[in-house]
Design a protein around this ligand. Structure first.
Ligand SMILES: Cc1ncc(COP(=O)(O)O)c(C=O)c1O
Length: 366
C-alpha cells in the first residue's frame, strides 16, 4: 500500500509533471533522466533518504534495477573475494534463495537456518555461530577472521513473518542486510553494516528501483570483469545515472520519502508499525480460531502470518475477508495460511476492520 496522498500527486503529475511547482512540459513518464529536473529529484531523494536514516557520510546510496533477486547475485559478485567465504543466516525462503544464488559466485556457508522450525523464528547471527562454522571447516586456512568476506541476513522475512529486531554487532566481517520488506519502517543502526538493500515495491514505491546503501570501503572489492550495471563502484561513480534508471519508480519513491518526512520520520513510522502489529497479534492471541506461529520476540511488524490450523477454513476466511473489501490476506503460495501485510501507509483503521472481521468469522463458526 502506498500513501493515498502520494497516489494523488502521481495522478496530478501524469499529464504534466510539476517539480516544486515548476511545469516540466511533459508527463513524468516522458521526461529525460538527463534533464535538470530529474537530476534534482534523484539528488533530493538521496538527501531525504540520508536524513531519514541518518546514513553516515562514508556510505553511498545507489538506485539500481533488477530487484532483490538482482542483489542476491550482485552482493557476492562485488563482495565475495576468491579464497574467502560468505556466511548466511537462513530465516526464510528469501535468505535461502540468496544463499543459493551466492553459491554460483563463490564459497558460501549457511551458518544457521530456522527451516526445521518452519521459519517460525529469526536466526541470531553471532560470533559463536561463526566460530562453530569455523571449527567445522575442513580447510585450516578458512578458520581465520579474514577468511570471511561478509555475513548476510534478511531482516524481515516477508513470507514467514519473522523479523530481526536488532542487527547483530561485532561480527568479524561486514554485515549485508536484505531489508526489502520493512525498509523505512524503523531506523537502521549502521555500526558493522557494510551494505543494506531494499526493493522499492513493499514500502516506498512501485517495482523497478532497488535502493542499495553501501559502505565506501567495499566499493573497491569488485573484480573488473562484472557487468557495469552490477558494479557498485561503477554505479556510484555515475551517481546511479550510468544508464537509464527506472525514472517513474524513483519519482514515486521520492514522493514517498517526502511523505514519511512530513508524517514525522522513522520514529513515527516505527510507532505506527508497533501500534498496528500489536493490535493484530493481540487479537490473534486472544482468539480460539486463529494462531500466529512465529516466536513472540521475532514477530514481524510488517507481515503478520497466521492460520486457523485448517487449510479449508483458511480459504473460507480469506473469501470472507475479500467480500468485505479486505484484500490480499492469502498467505504466500509456499507457506499457505494468511498474511496481513501492514506496510507504512496502512492506517490503523485497516487493522480495526480486520480484527472485527476475525471476530465475526469466529462467531459464525460457533
Ligand atoms: C525480503 C525479500 N527479499 C527478496 C525478495 C525478492 O524481490 P524481487 O521480486 O524484487 O526480486 C522479496 C520479494 O517479496 C522479499 O520480500
Amino acid at each position: 500500500m502506498l500513501p493515498p496522498e502520494v497516489i494523488e500527486q502521481v495522478r496530478a503529475d501524469l499529464p504534466e509533471w510539476h517539480w516544486h511547482g515548476v511545469a516540466q512540459g511533459a508527463s513524468v513518464m516522458e521526461v529525460s533522466h538527463r534533464g535538470k529536473a530529474f537530476e534534482a529529484l534523484i539528488d533530493e531523494a538521496e538527501q531525504d533518504l540520508r536524513d531519514l536514516l541518518a546514513i553516515p557520510p562514508n556510505y553511498r546510496v545507489l538506485f539500481m534495477q533488477g530487484g532483490a533477486w538482482g542483489q542476491f547475485a550482485c552482493v557476492p559478485m562485488n563482495l565475495l573475494r576468491p579464497g574467502e567465504r560468505a556466511g548466511y543466516a537462513v530465516s526464510g525462503g528469501w535468505s535461502k534463495s540468496a544463499a543459493e544464488e551466492a553459491q554460483k559466485f563463490g564459497e558460501v556457508s549457511v551458518l544457521a537456518s530456522s527451516e526445521s522450525d518452519h521459519f517460525n523464528r529469526a536466526v541470531a547471527l553471532n560470533r559463536s555461530l561463526i566460530e562453530n562454522s569455523e571449527k567445522g571447516t575442513s580447510s585450516p586456512n578458512k578458520s581465520a577472521d579474514s577468511a570471511w568476506s561478509y555475513f548476510y541476513l534478511c531482516s524481515n522475512e516477508t513470507v514467514y513473518g519473522n523479523e530481526t529486531h536488532s542487527l547483530p554487532k561485532n561480527l568479524p566481517a561486514p554485515l549485508v542486510v536484505d531489508a526489502s520488506s520493512h525498509f523505512l519502517s524503523r531506523g537502521i543502526d549502521f555500526e558493522g553494516v557494510g551494505l543494506v538493500y531494499a526493493g522499492a515495491q513493499k514500502n516506498i514505491g512501485p517495482a523497478g528501483v532497488t535502493i542499495v546503501i553501501v559502505r565506501d570501503d567495499l566499493l573497491d572489492r569488485a573484480p573488473k570483469a562484472i557487468p557495469a550495471v552490477w558494479h557498485y563502484a561503477h554505479m556510484a561513480k555515475h551517481k546511479s545515472l550510468f544508464n537509464t534508471p527506472p525514472v517513474f519508480s524513483i519519482y514515486v519513491t521520492a514522493l514517498t520519502l517526502k511523505w514519511i518526512k512530513k508524517e514525522g520520520g522513522l520514529a513515527e513510522m516505527e510507532r505506527r508499525a508497533v501500534a498496528r502489529s500489536s493490535m493484530l497479534y493481540e487479537a490473534i492471541d486472544a482468539s480460539k480460531v486463529f494462531t500466529a506461529p512465529v516466536a513472540n520476540e521475532d514477530r514481524s511488524r510488517m507481515n503478520v502470518v497466521f492460520d486457523t490450523g485448517n487449510p479449508e477454513r483458511d480459504a473460507a476466511f480469506v473469501k470472507f475477508c475479500d467480500s468485505r473489501g479486505l484484500l490480499s490476506l492469502k498467505g504466500h503460495r509456499v507457506r499457505g495460511g494468511m498474511r496481513a501485510s501492514l506496510y507504512n501507509a496502512m492506517p490503523i483503521e485497516g487493522i480495526e476492520t480486520l480484527v472485527a472481521a476475525m471476530r465475526e468469522f469466529e462467531t459464525s463458526l460457533a
